[in-house]
Design a protein around this ligand. Structure first.
Ligand SMILES: Cc1cc2nc3c(=O)[nH]c(=O)nc-3n(C[C@H](O)[C@H](O)[C@H](O)COP(=O)(O)OP(=O)(O)OC[C@H]3O[C@@H](n4cnc5c(N)ncnc54)[C@H](O)[C@@H]3O)c2cc1C
Length: 511
């Protein structure tokens, strides 16, 4: 009887877990080698003294993509996770005192918008309609499919779609067609930060984000975002996937246009028929593969921004703070320029606060609070000196000052029981994210679709990639799509990697 083909996945981020599960479901014997002691990567969790922090993602978007992943693994999402819709999605605070609650309730939206600008509600409806068109075309024609060559991408059928998607227009200036008030333009473009992009550089296509949030909803899985990781990991294990933790891969060994094995930091060598890199793609080219010119090219590409994070355990609750809160900088444009061009913390930083205990009391001990603060900042830049201590201290003071001014919270400092901090240095050290860029490679016109690093190595035909820095891009649901597309490609290209007759059996060969 033929033996199962074997696969090794490097990294147990959501992309690695989902790809491993899908491959196991297709009959592969899969082993996942993960550097850290737990799965999840950026979608990790810290539980300390009864406070439960999601360390990265807090917005559960595009539930239909999650549903599809569960279905592909033979399960139903609702059997495993209880999702609660968060609406209003965010409370947005402007530094002149204006507040907006973004909501799918059209009456409430109309009342709020017309107070700011007479025609803004009509503009809003037009903006969301355009976002809906962008979402549907993008998902069907660009994000949810593989491109095997440049002609498929720039095909006669696709070229008009690139215009319909406004792929060459900038998001911020296109928003000016719907709103005149600068604060409204800001309220409907800050979401570009999830892709780690400035709205002044992002294609206008990304109005699809506001559409997904308001029309399809921002959700929260009870138990926290990590519930998605725990559940998918358990399902993958049930399908036979073996997860090996505390096992950083230090090299990928290749010969004759094939990857033969990977070697871990302790010197164990794992062989397989097929390999999937889920760790950050530029890092794999630079640090794990034999020296190659592609690594230098990747180094010169545009990277997303990074973040300074504060995880605060607080011994009281501040009901003024909603589940999702966004505080926008007064000088919106300058703040993006300083993040993306100068790679700094802006003089006036914007920030976001997550207070999961508003929806899920179990996130904090009774009467207490668990607060997560995300302050966007430039990624690491070897050419410029960056003083992270100074930036962390200034970010913290900005948060305290705005909470005091706009929410009358004067005593937060005294009520923080403990603080944990992440900076770009932490993102790099913990997860090997190149340049500490929290969201991976950027998503401008030149780095999406076929122009993004492909999900299979050009020369080593049994080395595939799944994760935020390959096609289609960053964000949990988009990485779940990456896992689907990579699996589809692996199956389609079976002839190029499959070992004839019998297959290798995975085992450390020199342990
Ligand atoms: C602060 C922040 C907020 C975010 N907010 C949202 C949000 O609200 N909603 C949303 O949908 N998305 C959000 N995202 C994006 C989302 O977290 C990512 O797109 C997604 O988690 C990436 O998954 P991945 O599998 O590609 O990579 P990762 O999560 O980075 O996983 C890669 C794995 O590879 C492992 N690894 C690295 N090197 C090695 C090695 N040498 N050997 C073995 N293992 C290795 C790492 O430890 C890691 O576990 C956010 C991200 C951040 C950082």
């Amino acid at each position: 009887m033929a033996k199962k083909p074997t696969a090794i996945v490097i990294g147990a981020g959501i992309g690695g877990i989902a790809t491993a599960g899908r491959l196991a479901k297709q009959g592969f014997a899969v082993t996942v080698l993960e550097k850290n002691s737990t799965p999840g990567g950026r979608c990790g969790q810290i539980v300390r003294d009864g406070h439960r922090f999601d360390i990265g993602p807090t917005l559960f978007l595009m539930p239909e993509v999650w549903e599809e992943t569960f279905a592909a693994l033979g399960e139903k999402m609702s059997d495993h996770m209880r999702l609660v819709r968060i609406d209003p999605t965010y409370k947005v605070h402007f530094d002149d005192g204006l507040q907006l609650q973004l909501t799918s309730n059209l009456g409430e939206m109309q009342a709020q918008l017309e107070k700011v600008e007479k025609t803004a509600f009509t503009g809003f409806l037009g903006y969301i309609a355009e976002g809906s068109k962008h979402y549907k075309i993008s998902l069907e024609k660009f994000v949810g499919r593989n491109f095997y060559n440049i002609f498929e991408y720039f095909s006669l059928a696709n070229l008009p779609l690139l215009f319909q998607l406004k792929a060459l227009m900038k998001h911020y200036s296109n928003t000016g067609r719907f709103f005149k008030d600068e604060r409204l333009k800001a309220a409907f473009t800050f979401q570009n930060m999830y892709l780690g992009l400035s709205p002044y550089d992002a294609p206008a296509t990304y109005s699809l984000l506001q559409y997904t949030e308001l029309a399809e909803g921002v959700w929260y899985p009870m138990g926290g975002m990590y519930k998605g990781i725990e559940t998918l990991t358990a399902i993958a294990e049930k399908l036979g996937v073996r997860f090996v933790y505390n096992t950083p891969v230090k090299a990928i060994h290749c010969s004759n246009n094939k990857v033969e094995s990977v070697e871990t930091e302790t010197g164990q060598v794992y062989s397989a028929d097929l390999f999937v890199g889920n760790a950050d793609l530029p890092y794999i080219y630079k640090e794990l593969l034999p020296k190659n010119a592609e690594a230098d090219k990747l180094d010169k590409k545009l990277y997303t921004c990074s973040t300074i994070m504060f995880y605060w355990a607080v011994d009281k609750q501040y009901p003024q703070i909603a589940h999702h809160n966004v505080f926008l900088a007064g000088d919106y444009k300058a703040s993006f320029d300083q993040i993306f061009n100068e790679h700094k913390l802006p003089a006036q930083p914007s920030f976001y606060i997550h207070a999961p205990a508003r929806t899920d009391a179990a996130a904090a001990p009774q009467g207490q609070d668990t607060l997560y603060v995300l302050v966007p900042v430039g990624h690491m830049d070897a050419a410029n000196k960056q003083d992270w201590n100074e930036m962390v201290n200034r970010a913290r003071e900005t948060v305290f000052a705005r909470l005091e001014k706009e929410m009358a919270i004067t005593d937060l400092r005294e009520h923080i029981k403990f603080e944990m901090i992440n900076t770009p240095l932490t993102w790099k050290a913990q997860f090997n994210l190149e340049k500490g860029a929290a969201f991976g490679l950027s998503h401008n016109f030149w780095q999406v679709g076929f122009l993004r690093p492909q999900n299979r190595h050009a020369r080593f035909k049994n080395l595939y990639f799944a994760g935020a820095s390959t096609h289609p891009g960053t964000g949990l649901p988009i990485v779940l799509l990456s896992a689907r597309l990579t699996t589809e490609r692996i199956l389609k290209e079976a002839k190029s990697w499959q070992v004839e007759g019998t297959q290798l059996i995975l085992q450390p060969v020199n342990s």
